[in-house]
Design a protein around this ligand. Structure first.
Ligand code: BGC
Length: 244
């Protein structure tokens, strides 16, 4: 089975056709910048452009950067406040005529790791954290996803959201060296270790490619690895959500 997988992020929208059973891309990736402002109206236009680019008529799976409650956005995340309460799947279906499955972006990335990557076969608690524009999380217990966790929304002891302290966006914005950023990540992962005693932490998002540049700063007992599917995890994982 093939579906069009789309990963909607704070800065870019990436898509490719995915062979769901193998968890691999079977087309080139196509990327468009996330429209500004990222309102429902503007994003729906970008999704139409995506479907047209692939000349796609069929099932589309989307990783979307907000938590969901009963199919609707619980917040607007880093996109736009207008998303709160929106049924994203219904909106995109109306715009394109295609059937949509929409899940939280970090949950999607986590599913890719569970089926084909670093979380495969791992017992106990596994946490995937995506470091990008924001911080997203996927939490698994013995291979079962607890959806819509928001572990980037924990607070530091200075009352700052970890998402506003340790995301990759903040690293760039504050021009942090990898060493300084790594120290902040150390605080974050130490906190996660203490709260969940996970068997494994997986780092995803754009930063996962450069894990060797900051991993030395993070001293926790739990093993920390880069996502195997790396930047494609969002696209592949969204497609896997259709299978479930
Ligand atoms: C949102 C999450 C999302 C993460 C990464 C956060 O701001 O609240 O739902 O997974 O960004 O995109």
């Amino acid at each position: 089975m093939q579906v069009l997988g789309i990963d909607i992020g704070g800065s870019g929208i990436k898509a490719a056709v995915v062979a769901v059973d193998k968890g691999i891309l079977v087309s080139e990736r196509f990327r468009v910048p996330t429209p500004k402002p990222a309102t429902p109206n503007n994003l729906a236009k970008a999704i139409i452009e995506m479907c047209n680019h692939f000349d796609w008529k069929g099932v589309v799976a989307c990783g979307f950067p907000t938590p969901f409650y009963q199919g609707k956005c619980l917040t607007g995340g880093n996109l736009h406040t207008e998303w709160k309460g929106v049924d994203v799947a219904a909106l995109f279906k109306e715009a394109t005529g295609n059937e949509f499955t929409v899940v939280n972006d970090a949950d999607a990335a986590g599913l890719a790791e569970l089926y084909f990557g670093a979380a495969r076969g791992v017992k106990g608690t596994v946490i995937m954290v995506t470091l990008g524009t924001g911080i997203g999380s996927a939490l698994f217990l013995d291979g079962k996803l607890l959806p819509n966790t928001e572990l980037g929304h924990l607070y530091t002891d200075k009352g700052i959201l970890f998402e506003k302290y340790t995301s990759d966006f903040i690293r760039k914005k504050e021009n942090l060296s990898r060493k300084k950023w790594g120290k902040r990540l150390h605080t974050y992962f130490q906190h996660l270790e203490m709260l969940f005693a996970p068997s494994l932490i997986i780092i995803g998002g754009g930063a996962s490619k450069k894990i060797h540049k900051f991993i030395d700063q993070i001293q926790v007992s739990v093993p920390i690895v880069a996502a195997k599917a790396q930047n494609d995890a969002g696209i592949i994982g969204a497609a896997l959500a259709v299978k479930k």
